[in-house]
Design a binder for this molecule. Structure first.
Ligand SMILES: [Zn+2]
Length: 291
């Protein structure tokens, strides 16, 4: 490092600052960088770590690298880290909450400077000493979250692509996608043949037309006629009743929908169910308040 300082004609402290990514004057930085290049000087991140008790290592956790979204994301993160002289420690979690938790502990043991993760574990435990940035998952006000608008965005994308085509489902699907993009409504359909865990059974979904019954009072409990059983049987007797019918959010179990049929369930249904209608009306009122 002394050689670099001599070559650049700057103090040793200035070289140290540049190497550790601490801002210095532009001219000094350029001089140090060209001296480093000229002398082919290699900074050991371990040696850097000794001096600052940092490891210059960031753990990055996503489910896999097969999905184009994840691979692109990891590639961008890696490039940004490299530019800042950080190394990436990559973990693939395979959507497995237990494995995620194990990898977080492993990353902590390896004394990483921070963790960037796309988690599928709502109860992820992270030591408060290790800064964590969450991708697309909200863990509360203490943890920074970088999110893409994939929910409403997906609805807008679908409406747009449909409007470019002549499809017999154009109108009904646009209305359904409008339910997503404007109303923030969830899909009320589900798959019989599979039990897919898209929602956490012990947390209330944010969508106004889906519930896990965890906090049903905050949803449409007030619209359910007295004496209606919950879960509400999907029978003729309750065909026109607002209730809590099992099946919604792609899951056949654990998530409940407000009505037997709704535009958020099937395209052939002529209207939104009363709960979806109320959610949309509330948003209209929010955006266009009555004076
Ligand atoms: Zn509905």
């Amino acid at each position: 490092m002394k050689d670099v300082a001599r070559e650049a004609g700057v103090a040793l402290g200035t070289v140290s600052k540049v190497v550790n990514g601490i801002p210095v004057g532009e001219e000094y930085r350029l001089r140090v960088e060209s001296a480093i290049e000229k002398l082919n000087y290699r900074v050991s991140s371990y040696a850097r770590g000794l001096r600052s008790s940092k490891t210059y290592t960031i753990a990055v956790m996503v489910p896999n690298l097969i999905s184009p979204f994840f691979s692109r994301l990891v590639d961008c993160i890696n490039r940004e880290l490299s530019a800042r002289k950080y190394r990436m420690l990559f973990y693939a979690t395979d959507y497995d909450p237990a494995q995620e938790q194990e990898l977080v502990h492993l990353a902590e043991q390896q004394k990483v400077d921070g963790i960037i993760c796309l988690s599928y574990n709502p109860h992820l435990q992270v030591s408060p000493d290790v800064p964590l940035v969450s991708i697309d998952r909200y863990f509360g006000a203490q943890i920074p979250c970088v999110a893409s608008d994939n929910y409403g965005g997906g609805g807008i994308y679908n409406s747009y692509t449909l409007s470019m085509t002549k499809h017999r489902y154009f109108r009904p699907v646009v209305v359904h996608e409008f339910g997503h993009s404007f109303g923030g409504l969830g899909d009320e359909y589900f798959y019989d043949d599979q039990y897919t865990q898209f929602y956490y059974p012990d947390a209330e979904p944010w969508e106004q037309n889906l519930t896990t019954l965890k906090d049903f009072g905050s949803k449409w409990a007030d619209m359910v006629p007295k004496g209606t059983p919950i879960p509400t049987p999907a029978t003729k007797k309750y065909a026109a009743t607002v209730g809590a019918f099992e099946g919604g959010g792609y899951q056949s179990k654990g998530v409940y929908r407000p009505a037997q049929e709704c535009r958020m369930k099937i395209n052939d249904w002529p209207e939104f169910c009363p709960v979806c209608q109320r959610a949309i009306e509330r948003l209209v009122e929010f955006y266009c308040p009555k004076k």
